[in-house]
Design a protein around this ligand. Structure first.
Ligand SMILES: O=C(O)CCC(=O)C(=O)O
Ligand SMILES: [Fe+2]
Length: 219
């Protein structure tokens, strides 16, 4: 008999509904439970097991625009790929979410990309937007936190703002297994410095606007 394939952990339909409802009502969704505990454990081991040399200094912008700017962010990143088991499972999980959100909200999400991020003590990411209207295809941002027993005074909160507001709308501790998903163009946000290492997976669902610059495309 063939050994059965390990089941791919996926969110429940109820959780998909809940995420979609939160996104419609407030533009962001927070999930505190839902990820398979064994997947979380493997992702945590994976990111902690990477050497410093496996990470790259994070930049701002993509491709040729990618600038290193340590006044804005000081974290290090490593993109996930399908060649590692835990990374692959996570990517499949997010693929399930992509399809579920498209079904519920007709968002036309085309793909998803993500990286591990390591913020060493004192690292930060100043207030920014993940997407600018018309200039990027990032539609939804999602951050999963992988930090056990985060304490109140460890710092490292994600602060999220409404545009033009000085007071944050939300302050979120980067607790193990928590994920926040939000509209990339709508919410400026920042990562405060922490007293301890802070690990996460930050990713983006994107739309395909490769025809965006083509006027009157041939049929
Ligand atoms: O880690 C976080 O809480 C947010 C990270 C972030 O804003 C980003 O990578 O664009
Ligand atoms: Fe961001």
């Amino acid at each position: 008999m063939q050994p059965t394939e390990p089941a791919i952990p996926t969110f429940t339909e109820e959780l998909y509904d809940n995420i979609a409802d939160q996104l419609v009502e407030q533009g962001y969704a927070i999930i505190r439970r839902g990820f398979d505990p064994s997947l979380l454990m493997q992702l945590n081991q994976r990111v902690q097991g990477l050497d410093d040399g496996d990470f790259q200094q994070a930049g701002i912008g993509r491709g040729d625009d990618n600038q290193l700017n340590e006044t804005i962010r000081t974290d290090s990143i490593r993109w996930l790929t399908h060649s590692n088991g835990a990374e692959c499972q996570f990517l499949q999980c997010m693929e399930g979410l992509r399809i579920a959100l498209n079904r519920r909200l007709f968002m036309g999400l085309f793909d998803y990309e993500c990286h591990f991020a390591h913020y060493a003590p004192g690292d930060f990411y100043k207030r920014h937007l993940d997407a600018f209207r018309g200039r990027t295809n990032r539609v939804l941002s999602a951050v999963l936190y992988l930090n056990h027993e985060w304490q109140d005074d460890d710092g490292g909160e994600l602060l999220m703002y409404e545009r033009k507001q000085k007071q944050p709308l939300l302050s979120l501790r980067p607790e193990y297994g928590t994920m926040i998903i939000f509209l990339s163009e709508r919410f400026p946000h920042e990562v405060l410095a922490a007293k301890r290492d802070r690990y996460s997976i930050a990713g983006w669902f994107r739309v395909n606007n490769s025809l965006g610059d083509v006027i009157d495309p041939a049929r």
